[in-house]
Design a protein around this ligand. Sequence first.
Ligand SMILES: Nc1nc(=O)c2c([nH]1)NC[C@@H]1CN(c3ccc(C(=O)N[C@@H](CCC(=O)O)C(=O)O)cc3)C=[N+]21
Length: 281
Amino acid sequence: MKLIDGKALAAKMQDELKNKVDALQAAGLIPGLAVILVGEDPASQIYVRNKARQATAIGLNSSVVRLPEDVSEEELLGLIEQYNQAEQWHGILVQLPLPAHISEEKVLLAIDPEKDVDGFHPMNMGRLWSGNPLMIPSTPAGIMEMFRAYDVDLAGKKAVVVGRSNIVGKPMAQLLMMADATVTIAHSRTQNLQELTKQADILVVAIGKDRFIKAADVKEGAVVIDVGMNRDEEGKLHGDVDFDEVKNVAGLITPVPGGVGPMTITMLMEQTVRAAARKLD
Ligand SMILES: Nc1nc(=O)c2c([nH]1)NC[C@@H]1CN(c3ccc(C(=O)N[C@@H](CCC(=O)O)C(=O)O)cc3)C=[N+]21
């Protein structure tokens, strides 16, 4: 078994990004990322703080706006419109999930697709599925970078994605398909899931169930990517893959923490830098 070190790869990509940002700065352009956080969810607070810290480390301008839990949808949409208009912000990210009284659909539709660094706007989802992507969701984009860095050959391989969310499962499947893998999307209602996962040369798990995938579910030598983030009662983080078991079967495997998570944040920065660089074209 070999570990895919997401933390190390993210650090290397951050260095490369910093050079790109320096070059843009020399041309008079400082990429800017605006993050909007609604409410006090402690996990979201930590993620947002990490994003702002990394943005600053790379040399981006970043702004974090914290809105109260009971902010109106109208007020949030108004703020997004301001950021859409403001030239110094090239990327806009509204941290999910949102409180129940705010329509996620309306919020995602309100973000200018050119500034939608998450790639969640229906325009960006549609562009990805039609094979002409603009902004790509950062978790699957980061996973594709891992495949590249570790020379994982995808063409013609059997890939199984467990999870069908708009944020991970669906875009992941499309990116794998664009790389010529043969892709199956499985999910919580799939029958005989093990039969499918055991055939996978590439297994990406994003189903949100603590240590759900066991050694018996995995083909010998498979590449196993764990998108899960499940916190136990002691506050310890676990993936959707039972790492201690599966590491003995997999050929390559990502840990949690230190796998997909750090890459997700770095890819957000990368999309922000690319959105800014488009202004110079
Ligand atoms: N609009 C939007 N975009 C997002 O990209 C988005 C979001 N909303 N809502 C929440 C999820 C979650 N997410 C994470 C990113 C990195 C780590 C990460 O770096 N995790 C560390 C561990 C951090 C820890 O110890 O808690 C790791 O895996 O090593 C985690 C979670 C982005 N999200």
